[in-house]
Ligand binder design. Structure first.
Ligand code: PLP
Length: 405
């Protein structure tokens, strides 16, 4: 079992005060805080090892290249991919999805084709596909969810046609917390020979991800949501698909030979890594994953599920508080509204008490439209949060409720 009090010592920012109050950071679905080891990795690299990768024969360049490729191997193991050639470093989930929409779309999507997403997607897994649809004259179709926030995957059969070229769904909703039955969706899609992209931005921080067990064709996630720096992320893609896809961007590192007549491209994964990569943060992502592994992924899952259960129960006891997202299988995210108090008012008053929650559309306007609301308050938890912090959140919500009576 995780000892959060001890774990917190690894995260320097968690001892900060905000408006004179101890920081209670419950905005982990937006970005997680960074442990000392990740901060140290970055500091040390810039002090001792910084040199551009893949290009130099000199000592520092070779050392950085080796660390970068070691980080790729760490990521491969983290999601149980078969080969490092299937691990492309990107700037984050959004970049990964855009890469697939652009490159897979260029190769495989034509006018009249269809792409299926779900009603609970983050904007990055909507707009990237809409851009492709606009370019190609393709059509977006949507798997709806019910009022508990559960995807109606029994409707998938009626959405799939011979024109369906890809299905892109989120593993876990950043608002409802719902963990979707992606393995089932993938199996169904594959029975029609349709590849599937999984948006893992909210699943990678909270559980074990096994891309081979899922049998997904693409899996995207962000480093900054799993205790690594911003600006680094991952696209996993099955080799046989990545091989068939054209480069996304042109530039240094992604080529084999260049002449004015013809350019040939580098082997995977470098074909998709044009220009100087964010190698320092990729190496720091490796450190973050080492830290997660050391803490124990199963320990993290169990502790966060306890936090989720406790928060759901305590929040449900508050008069006039409505939780959005009531699936049985959830990651540690609870979104809610308090009576008819505006979400921004709730968030701003909580901030004055040192509590950081997210408010607004949460980059999911179509999801909010389902409930006919304009915004939500979201508390999202990490294994460094405590049960006491949840109590303080609830006490303050009760006070806010009284203030608006
Ligand atoms: N998908 C989901 C489910 C998310 O929660 C987020 C970010 O909150 C994203 C995609 C986009 O991630 P990023 O902004 O790191 O690219």
């Amino acid at each position: 079992m995780i000892d959060a009090i001890n774990v917190r010592k690894d995260f320097p920012i968690l001892s900060a005060t905000v408006h004179g109050k101890p920081l209670i950071y419950l905005d982990n679905a937006a970005t997680t805080q960074k442990p000392e080891c990740v901060i140290q990795t970055i500091d040390e690299l810039y002090r001792t090892s910084n040199a551009n990768i893949h290009r130099g024969v000199h000592f520092l360049s070779e050392q950085c290249t080796q660390k970068y490729e070691t980080a790729r191997e760490t990521v491969r193991k983290f999601i149980n991919a078969e080969k490092t050639s299937e691990i492309v470093f990107t700037a984050g989930t959004t970049s990964s999805i855009n890469l697939v929409a652009a490159s897979f779309g260029e190769r495989f999507v034509a006018s009249g084709d269809e792409i299926i997403i779900s009603e609970m997607e983050h904007h990055s897994n909507i707009v990237s596909w809409q851009l492709l649809c606009e370019r190609k004259g393709a059509r977006l179709k949507v798997i709806p969810f019910d009022d508990n926030g559960i995807l109606l995957i029994n409707l998938l059969d009626s959405l799939i046609t011979e024109r369906t070229k890809i299905i892109a769904v989120t593993h876990a909703s950043n608002v409802l917390g719902t963990i979707n039955p992606v393995k089932e969706i993938i199996a169904k899609a594959h029975s029609h020979n349709i590849p599937v992209l999984i948006d893992g931005a909210q699943a990678a921080p909270h559980g074990n991800v096994d891309v081979r067990d899922l049998d997904c064709d693409f899996y995207a996630f962000s480093g900054h949501k799993i205790y690594a720096p911003t600006g680094i992320g991952v696209l996993y893609g099955k080799e046989k698909l990545l091989e068939q896809m054209p480069p996304y961007q042109g530039g240094g590192d992604m080529i084999s030979t260049v002449t004015f007549d013809k350019t040939t491209y580098a082997q995977l994964p470098l074909k998709f890594e044009a220009g100087t990569q964010n190698f320092i943060d990729a190496i720091a992502l490796g450190s973050a994953i080492d830290y997660i592994n050391k803490t124990g992924r199963q320990n993290i899952v169990e502790y966060e599920q306890k936090l989720l259960g406790y928060a759901t129960q305590k929040l449900s006891e508050i008069d006039g508080l409505k939780i959005y997202g009531k699936a049985d299988q959830k990651v540690a995210i609870v979104s809610f509204l308090l009576n008819d108090i505006h979400h921004l008012d709730t968030g701003m008053i909580l901030d004055k008490t040192g509590i950081a929650v997210r408010t607004g559309t949460l980059c999911t306007e179509p999801l909010l439209s389902h409930f006919n609301i304009r915004g939500l308050v979201r508390a999202s938890f990490s294994f460094y949060n405590t049960f006491d912090e949840i109590d303080i959140l609830c006490e303050n919500l009760k006070k806010i409720s009284l203030m608006f009576k």
